[in-house]
Write a protein that binds this ligand. Structure first.
Ligand code: FDA
Length: 393
């Protein structure tokens, strides 16, 4: 069977659905193809089921890319306020959780329903469970061969995401297609992912598994201040996920627990106030008790504080606030929230996401070498880049 439309979108995720909505609203006939049984599966599981759909502070500096300027145009033309206006039009209740992160009050499914309603209103046809066997260009048209027949259009928007969570149907489709059309693809790696530790270090911190504390995690000149979580596999929590996007194999990170507290000053004051208490007790007043115990044991500090030299207290404070760790690796695409790298932005027009060498071919969303921080930034990029392509395709 032969299907003809103005625009084909491959991928019914966040970016693809937004592109389809915008192109459809401009009067273009749009077909959306996805091999999954349901659209927006990553939206459904995002934000713990409540979808952190944007971040009101989203700015280009919150995105990693070989070209940090590339994302500016799209982000400026479809802003968090634009997405909030759409959410409000659909009567979806939301709240700000922390650091500008907006979540649905009820369910991420509300966002999927909204996008499907908008797609319906824009006249975009959705074909799920559609396996793509090949894409070719014939004169001015793209021909997409599928189990449902051949789809033809003069514009093709590729929105198939990255490699993260292969269990959910993530594929390297966009990268392969880019290579087929002679476009450069930058090395991909997992981002926003827990970091693992070598067996020796892991065994030594085993008693800390399950503990969470506010921490500043530093990698070079980049630092994030959010929760740190010790796990049975290594280090996790928002602060670690954030720094993982900057970390490379072999690099060290510096952990400072409770960075807003001068732990050394706290311990000295506690010693003066009550010299008969132990350092573990004084440290346990400001850190999780198990972490306090772990640190005093690691620094071999025992006895009354009155008997401890200030240098020992400084050493204890430093062990909590300048802990240098060399992760052995990351948990990989299995748990990574995003894929770093991807389609080289040098191949794309930043205003439209159209490739510079293949007219009518667009790449949007996570498959492009633009990756946001944790906290709603990645969806904002998906909406903005999808909108940009939908505006021109
Ligand atoms: P996305 O992956 O969403 O969609 C790609 C679509 O293409 C899918 O529908 C897929 O089935 C389809 N597809 C893939 N290969 C195909 C093929 N070969 N043929 C046909 N179809 C194909 N971000 C954020 O901002 N806030 C949050 O709360 C979260 N939370 C979160 C939780 C978890 C567990 C993960 C894994 C990720 C997040 N993210 C997030 C990141 C966010 O989900 C991600 O950045 C966007 O979904 C990317 O949108 P895309 O549309 O580019 O790809």
């Amino acid at each position: 069977m032969q299907h003809k439309s103005d625009v084909i979108v491959i991928g019914a995720g966040a970016a693809g659905m937004m592109a389809a909505i915008r192109a459809g609203k401009r009067g273009r006939s749009v077909v959306v193809l996805d091999h999954a049984k349901a659209p927006g599966e990553k939206i459904r599981i995002s934000g713990g089921g409540r979808c952190n759909f944007t971040n009101i502070h989203a700015e280009p500096k919150n995105f990693l890319s070989a070209n940090p300027h590339f994302c500016k145009s799209a982000l400026a033309r479809f802003t968090p306020a634009d997405f909030i206006a759409m959410v409000d039009r659909h009567g979806i209740a939301w709240h700000e959780k922390t650091l500008g992160q907006l979540f649905c009050d009820d369910s991420a499914k509300d966002v999927i329903r909204m996008l499907l309603d908008e797609m319906g209103a824009a006249g975009a046809a959705l074909h799920l469970g559609t396996e793509i066997s090949g894409v070719e260009r014939r004169e001015a048209d793209f021909r997409v061969s599928t189990g449902e027949g051949v789809f033809e259009a003069s514009s093709l928007i590729v929105a198939t995401g990255g490699k993260s969570i292969p269990k959910m149907g993530a594929t390297g489709f966009a990268y392969r297609l880019a290579e087929q059309f002679g476009l450069a693809v930058l090395e991909t790696r997992p981002g926003l992912v827990p970091l693992t530790l070598d067996p020796g270090l892991l065994a030594s911190i085993a008693p800390l598994a399950g503990i969470s504390a506010l921490a500043e995690i530093r990698h070079g000149r980049t630092a994030f201040r959010e929760a740190l979580l010790f796990t049975h596999r290594g280090l996790s929590g928002p602060a670690i996920l954030q720094i993982s996007s900057y970390w490379r194999e072999g690099d060290e990170i510096v952990v400072a627990v409770e960075p807003d507290i001068d732990i050394s000053a706290h311990l000295k004051a506690a010693k003066q106030l009550n010299g008969r208490q132990s350092a573990q007790t004084a440290l346990g007043d400001i850190l999780p008790k198990r972490l306090a115990q772990f640190l005093v044991e690691r620094e071999k500090i025992a006895g009354n504080m009155a008997d401890l030299p200030d240098k020992a207290l400084q050493r204890l404070a430093a062990s909590a606030q300048t802990w240098i760790v060399k992760p052995s690796g990351s948990e990989g695409y299995r748990t990574a929230e995003v894929t770093l790298g991807g389609i080289d932005t040098a191949a794309l027009d930043s205003r439209s996401m159209e490739t510079k060498t293949v007219p009518g071919l667009y790449f949007v969303g996570e498959c492009v070498d633009v990756t946001g921080w944790l906290g709603g930034y990645n969806f904002q990029w998906a909406w903005a880049s999808g909108f940009a392509a939908g505006e021109c395709a």
